[in-house]
Design a protein around this ligand. Structure first.
Ligand SMILES: Cc1cc2nc3c(=O)[nH]c(=O)nc-3n(C[C@H](O)[C@H](O)[C@H](O)COP(=O)(O)OP(=O)(O)OC[C@H]3O[C@@H](n4cnc5c(N)ncnc54)[C@H](O)[C@@H]3O)c2cc1C
Length: 596
């Protein structure tokens, strides 16, 4: 049976010591009521509910899965009651807008809640997670009437929200979508079509579900410029907003799938369902991006959350499992063998897992802080700067965290050997559960293209500078700190490599249309590694500063060891990535299709 303990000390380290949540609270007036102590209390409470309520349902939820019977979807045993407790305790509202009953906590903090949810029960996390994103999209794009009607119940978690883009013939290429919307005289629309793979499209946790559906108006132009966004409620509402008769929305079936089995993945049919336009006609993708961008950050954090719980369980096992002897001689001669943590290769895997997880946590909180600045900084220019930064790094959080998350979970499984492969220990579930994160919310391949085309090339590298200038500033601050040079030098080399490769893309992508796609995944990984290098250098600087005389010497010493491991054994991958990128697209494109 796997276990989970929320890494509260590391979360506090990142929030307070690395990124000073207090600065954020002092900068944005809307956080005036929130104090660091209150944040600590929230994290402690979140840890409790995740450790004691949600994690114990994770393995049984996987074994039982969701069921579909006679048009109705039911979640596994215990989920309905757990959702009720979760909802009544106010957790869905934690980072939501106070104007609609939310508690208004910073995203910087909410990111850590999301991590805990993904560690404890990622299937469960998807029901409230999508709801939060749907409420955000309605808030930013819908009419006041729709906002007032739907956001309060989404905020409280009384209803859940889902996003409906994918159709059988249309996944990454949304321009192909066919679901249609016909206007009615009363200003509503009739929505007809079939969506597939809809997470939480139907379930038994709440009485109503709010669908945000992409569809095409009858006179819409073809392609992505003819897509509009509609709100379709599973139940129509009465005059007083209470739940009325069923709308013409039905679940056709649910998918049987590799992981996240307690999350209902539904085929949803709309047969002249009544819908309301959200935002402007034919600008639906733009509005849907609000959901997708919020969700992409959350999906990245899924990679981290599952990586963290895999690490915790692999570590417990590695300290307990006795096999073989340490290379320098027995460390536990009184026992029949040494614990496997003595073996260099097992240490390599554990340190890799720890190094990626802790860097991802620091990076996620940094991005969360920019999301807060984007929405709440009093100065418009600062808001725009933060928005540009978030846009730049969103594909990195989504794709790099989840690529790395799969590797981390896989290493966790490997540390348990055969016991990792069988279901009893729960490690194989983490590998199965994390795998989807590389696919949904736009595949990681699409994220990599987004990074190169829209975030680097489209603005001539200007947004990249928002990142590189912050790293430069840190490097310059540390130039006279001798103890830091073992971290600063590799970081500087990685940054130079990122700049060189970015310049190469800016110079070459225009000459050959295949170049951006050919470089994209390696570029995203190079960027991710450099960003993690920055996180480790920052964490090392704080640890070096605090270690002397600290009551938490072990905590800071572990940070320094892990930073050193990252700099010496993981960050140098940037050089091979650069070499691969500079070979260009020829090897990928030269072979004729029929020779495959
Ligand atoms: C469990 C689960 C839950 C999901 N939840 C939802 C949901 O709630 N709502 C929703 O709307 N959808 C959802 N999806 C759908 C998901 O977002 C899509 O599966 C995903 O976007 C990919 O689309 P596709 O499966 O059609 O693959 P395709 O688009 O057919 O892609 C196949 C492969 O080709 C690559 N590819 C495609 N186009 C390009 C290109 N232009 N350049 C380079 N590579 C390309 C892709 O990266 C991928 O590797 C879910 C899917 C699953 C499995």
């Amino acid at each position: 049976m796997p276990s989970y303990k929320a890494p509260i000390r590391d979360m506090q380290f990142v929030l307070q010591e690395v990124w000073s949540v207090e600065n954020l609270l002092n900068t944005c007036p809307n956080f005036a009521e929130i104090s660091p102590d209150l944040i600590d209390a929230v994290l402690e409470e979140a840890a409790k509910i995740n450790e004691t309520l949600l994690q114990p349902l994770n393995q049984s939820g996987d074994q039982e899965g969701c069921q579909f019977d006679n048009g109705k979807v039911s979640t596994p045993k215990g989920f309905k009651e757990a959702y009720q407790t979760y909802q009544e305790s106010g957790w869905p509202a934690i980072a939501a807008d106070p104007n609609y009953g939310g508690q208004g906590f910073p995203q910087m903090v909410n990111t850590l809640n999301e991590e805990m949810l993904s560690s404890s029960n990622v299937s469960f996390s998807l029901y409230p997670g999508l709801t939060h994103a749907v409420a955000n999209a309605i808030e930013q794009h819908a009419t006041e009437e729709l906002k007032n009607t739907y956001i309060p119940q989404l905020t409280s978690g009384e209803w859940t929200g889902v996003m409906c883009l994918t159709e059988p013939h249309c996944g990454s290429d949304l321009g192909l979508l066919r679901t249609k919307a016909e206007s009615n005289d009363d200003g509503t629309y009739n929505i007809s079509g079939t969506k597939i793979f809809i997470t939480g499209g139907d379930h038994d946790l709440t009485d109503n579900i709010v669908h945000l559906v992409l569809a095409r108006l009858t006179d819409a132009p073809a392609g992505v410029k003819g897509i509009s966004l509609f709100l379709v409620s599973k139940h129509k509402l009465n005059e007083d907003n209470s739940i009325g008769e069923r709308n013409h929305v039905s679940c056709g079936s649910i998918e049987h799938k590799m992981g996240i089995k307690a999350s209902a993945t539904c085929v949803i049919n709309y047969d002249n369902a009544v819908g309301y336009l959200v935002g402007e006609p034919n600008r639906g993708l733009n509005a849907m991006f609000t959901v997708m961008n919020t969700e992409r950050l959350a999906i990245g954090v899924e990679g981290l959350g599952l990586g963290e719980v895999a690490y915790q369980n692999a570590l417990l096992y590695a300290k307990d499992r006795l096999q073989g002897r340490a290379p320098q001689g027995a460390t536990h001669p009184e026992k029949s063998a040494d614990p496997i943590i003595v073996h260099p290769n097992v240490r390599r895997m554990l340190l890799t897992m720890k190094a990626y997880n802790e860097a991802a946590r620091a990076f996620a909180v940094w991005v969360g802080m920019h999301v807060d600045l984007e929405h709440h900084h009093p100065d418009a220019e600062q808001r725009q700067q933060a928005a540009n930064f978030v846009a730049l790094v969103t594909p990195i959080v989504k794709a790099y965290f989840t690529d790395v998350g799969l590797d981390v979970c896989n290493m966790g499984l490997q540390i348990l050997g055969g016991h990792g492969y069988v279901s009893e220990w729960g490690m194989e579930q983490f590998v199965r559960d994390v795998r989807i994160a590389q696919i949904y919310e736009g595949t990681n391949g699409i994220q990599a293209l987004d990074l190169v085309r829209r975030k680097l090339l489209a603005n001539n590298g200007e947004h990249l500078a928002i990142f590189t200038e912050q790293v430069d500033k840190f490097i310059n601050e540390q130039n006279n700190n001798n103890a830091m040079q073992e971290f600063i030098e590799p970081l500087n080399n990685a940054l130079t490599t990122l700049r060189d490769v970015s310049q190469w893309l800016l110079d070459n992508a225009g000459k050959n249309p295949a170049e951006a796609g050919a470089a994209s995944t390696e570029y995203l990984h190079l960027f991710g590694l450099t960003a993690f290098g920055f996180m480790w250098a920052k964490m090392a600087a704080i640890a070096l500063n605090k270690i002397d005389g600290s009551a938490e010497k072990d905590f800071y010493t572990a940070k320094i060891h892990t930073a050193r491991f990252f700099m010496q054994r993981l960050l140098p991958k940037v050089f091979s990535l650069k070499q691969i990128i500079l070979t260009g697209s020829n090897t990928l494109m030269a072979m004729p299709e029929e020779l495959f």
